[in-house]
Write a protein that binds this ligand. Structure first.
Ligand code: GLU
Ligand code: ZN
Length: 561
C-alpha cells in the first residue's frame, strides 16, 4: 500500500504551503457578471510575430468590451529560447501598437494582485500543486532515462502500437515506496507525471468559442508535469496559472487544440474549473493561388519589426487587424467612419475558422485611409519620429523647418475627400521630395501625347503670366486662358469629341506645368504647391524644364536620339 503523503514529503521536502494557502492568497476576482478575464502569454524569445499582436489585441478587446481584465504573463520556462531583454521587447512591442495590459507586465514593470506574472518566479507554486497531486495519488515520479523511453518506443513501434507513456507502458506507476525512496535518496533524476485517468476509447468534447464543438479521444498518456529540473511543462503551468490568475477565457493559437484534452484532464485532477477556450487560427497568406501560414522565415511582414521599419502607424495596423478579425468589421467601418475602434461589437463567432488572410495591399489601403483622416500635425509627428529612427538625414531636413513640412502635409488634407497618398511613413520622403531642393531630382518625362516642343511653348507662355499671388481660381483661369492660343482645348469634352483637332486638353497643359514644377504627373493642388515652393523656386523650375524641352525638341528635329 503506497503511502502517498510520505512520497510527497520525500519528493518536495521544501514545500510547506498548501493549495488552500494559495487559494486564500489569490481569491476569486470580483467582477461584473459576464466579465472576461483574458491574457496574452508569450515566451520572451525576441521575435514578435504579427499573429501574436493579433491574438493579444483580440484578448484585450474581449476583456475590455465585457468590463473584465486583460493581463500579460511571461512564459519563460524554456530558458533555451529566451533572449536577454525579451520581456521588455514584448512590452514595448505591444505598446507600440497601443496594447497595454491592465495587469501583469506593463511599461515600467509588473502590476496586479495575482502575480508574479512570470513563470520562472512561480516555482514554489507549481511545486505545491505538484506535491498535492502526489499526496492524492494522482501524480508520481518517473525515473526512466532517455534510453529507457527509447527502448519502450521501439518495442511499441515493432508491435505497431501507439507510442508513449501510458497504461501498461507507464512503468514507474508501479514502483513500490521502497524503490522510490531508494532512488530519491540516491539522487536519481526524475520527472513528475500525472497518472492519467483517461481512456483512449472514450471521447471528450468541449465548446470552442471560435471553432465550435470539438470532440477528441481522451488523453491516456501520463503527461510530464515537472521536468527533471523541477520546471513545469507548458501544460501544467497553464492549468495552475490560468486558474490562480482567474482567467475565464483562454485566447491562444489553434496549435494548442490537440493539447486541450490534456488540459481538461489537468484541470479536473487539480480540482479547478476549466476556463473557456477560443483557439485562433493562424494568419494566412495567399501564394500562387493557395493559402499558407504567414511564415517567420519567408515573410518579412510576419515580424512586427517590419511595421516599425516601414512606419505603419499603429492605428493603421490595428484597424487592419480589426478588418481581418471579424467579417463584418468593414461594413461597420463604412457605416461609422469616424467611430473609435473600441465601439465595434467584436464577436468571436465571426472569426475565420481556417485563418484570416493577410494582404499587404489591403493593409496599405486601410492605412492610406487612416492617414488621410489624420491632421497634418499628426502626420508630421508620425513621419518625424519614424525618420529620427530610420532616416536621420530626412528627419534633420524636416526638423529644420517643421512649419514648412506641416504646410506641405496640409495640402488637400481635411475636407470630405482627402487625398490618400501615404500608406506609411516610409512613403513620405518620396512624396515630399520635390519640396526640398536637397531631395529633388528632376524627371521631365512627358505624357506620350505631348511633344517636347509644345511643352516648351506651354512653359514659355506660362512663365509670362505666372503670378505667385494668384489664388486657386485665378491660377486655373490663367491655365485655361493659355489653352486656345497654344492649340489645346480648354474643354476636356470638346477634346474627346475631336482629339485630332488639338494638341491636348487643359489637363494635359496643366500636367506640363505640374511636371516642370514637381516632376510628377499626379500631385495635390498644384497652386498650393507652387505657393509653398515660392516664386524663385517656381520660376527656376519652370525655366529649367522649358530649356530642357527646347533642347530635347531641337535634338528630336535634328534626328538625334
Ligand atoms: N507561451 C505559449 C505560447 O507562446 C502561450 C500559449 C497560451 O496562450 O496559452 O505559445
Ligand atoms: Zn518511468
Amino acid at each position: 500500500m503506497t503511502d502517498y503523503r510520505k512520497i510527497a514529503a520525500l519528493l518536495f521536502p521544501q514545500i510547506h504551503k498548501t493549495p488552500e494557502d494559495y487559494a486564500a492568497q489569490y481569491p476569486a476576482r470580483s467582477l461584473p457578471e459576464g466579465a472576461a478575464v483574458t491574457r496574452f502569454a508569450p515566451s520572451p524569445t525576441g521575435f514578435i510575430h504579427i499573429g501574436a499582436v493579433y491574438a493579444a489585441m483580440i484578448a484585450q478587446r474581449l476583456a475590455r468590451q465585457s468590463g473584465g481584465v486583460f493581463y500579460l504573463r511571461i512564459e519563460d520556462t524554456d530558458k533555451k529560447r529566451e533572449v536577454e531583454d525579451g520581456i521588455a521587447q514584448i512590452v514595448r512591442g505591444l505598446e507600440a501598437f497601443g496594447i497595454v495590459a491592465d495587469e501583469g507586465f506593463v511599461p515600467g514593470g509588473e502590476t496586479g494582485a495575482y502575480g508574479p506574472y512570470q513563470q520562472s518566479h512561480r516555482g514554489d507554486i507549481y511545486q505545491c500543486y505538484a506535491k498535492d497531486l502526489v499526496e492524492r495519488g494522482l501524480a508520481y515520479p518517473c525515473f526512466c532515462t532517455e534510453e529507457d523511453l527509447n527502448s519502450v518506443r521501439e518495442k511499441q513501434e515493432a508491435q505497431k502500437l501507439r507510442t508513449g507513456y501510458y497504461g501498461a507502458f507507464a512503468h514507474c506507476r508501479e514502483l513500490s515506496d521502497e524503490e522510490i525512496e531508494n532512488k530519491v535518496r540516491a539522487k536519481t533524476p526524475f520527472v513528475l507525471r500525472l497518472k492519467s485517468p483517461g481512456r483512449e476509447d472514450r471521447r471528450i468534447s468541449f465548446a470552442d468559442k471560435i471553432k465550435g464543438k470539438i470532440e477528441m479521444p481522451e488523453n491516456d498518456q501520463d503527461l510530464v508535469l515537472l521536468k527533471r529540473d523541477g520546471i513545469p511543462t507548458y501544460h501544467f503551468a497553464h492549468a495552475v496559472d490560468d486558474h490562480l490568475m482567474g482567467t475565464t477565457l483562454v485566447v491562444r493559437g489553434d496549435e494548442w487544440i490537440s493539447s486541450t484534452p490534456i488540459h481538461m484532464q489537468l484541470f479536473q485532477a487539480l480540482g479547478f474549473k476549466p476556463p473557456k477556450y477560443a483557439h485562433i487560427a493562424p494568419i494566412m497568406k495567399e501564394e500562387n493561388g493557395s493559402k499558407r501560414k504567414l511564415s517567420k522565415r519567408k515573410d518579412p511582414e510576419a515580424a512586427v519589426l517590419y511595421y516599425y521599419a516601414e512606419g505603419y502607424p499603429a492605428a493603421s495596423v490595428l484597424e487592419y487587424l480589426d478588418t481581418i478579425s471579424n467579417s463584418n468589421f468593414e461594413d461597420w467601418r463604412r457605416a461609422n467612419p469616424a467611430a473609435d475602434r473600441w465601439e465595434f461589437p467584436f464577436q468571436l463567432s465571426k472569426m475565420s475558422q481556417s485563418g484570416a488572410l493577410f494582404d499587404l495591399n489591403k493593409l496599405n489601403d486601410v492605412s492610406k485611409n487612416c492617414i488621410s483622416r489624420m491632421t497634418a500635425r499628426e502626420v508630421y509627428e508620425g513621419i518625424a519620429s519614424w525618420a529620427r529612427e530610420y532616416d536621420p538625414a530626412f528627419a534633420a531636413l524636416l526638423e529644420k523647418d517643421p512649419d514648412y513640412a506641416k504646410a506641405i502635409l496640409s495640402i488637400d488634407r481635411g475636407g470630405s475627400k482627402p487625398r490618400k497618398d501615404l500608406a506609411k511613413w516610409a512613403d513620405a520622403k518620396a512624396y515630399m521630395a520635390y519640396f526640398y531642393q536637397e531631395l529633388y531630382q528632376p524627371d521631365y518625362t512627358l505624357p506620350e501625347q505631348v511633344a517636347p516642343a509644345d511643352a516648351a511653348a506651354v512653359l514659355a507662355a506660362y512663365e509670362k503670366v505666372y503670378d505667385p499671388e494668384d489664388d486657386k481660381e485665378a491660377w486655373f483661369a490663367k491655365v485655361k486662358a493659355l489653352c486656345e492660343p497654344l492649340g489645346f482645348s480648354p474643354d476636356v469634352k470638346a477634346y474627346k469629341k475631336d482629339p485630332s483637332g488639338f494638341k491636348g486638353h487643359v489637363g494635359d497643359l496643366s500636367t506640363v506645368i505640374r511636371i516642370a514644377v514637381t516632376s510628377r504627373r499626379n500631385t495635390p493642388d498644384l497652386c498650393a504647391i507652387m505657393g509653398l515652393l515660392g516664386r524663385d523656386a517656381c520660376f527656376q523650375r519652370l525655366r529649367a524644364a522649358k530649356e530642357y524641352y527646347q533642347s530635347a525638341g531641337a535634338s528630336a528635329r535634328a534626328g538625334v536620339k
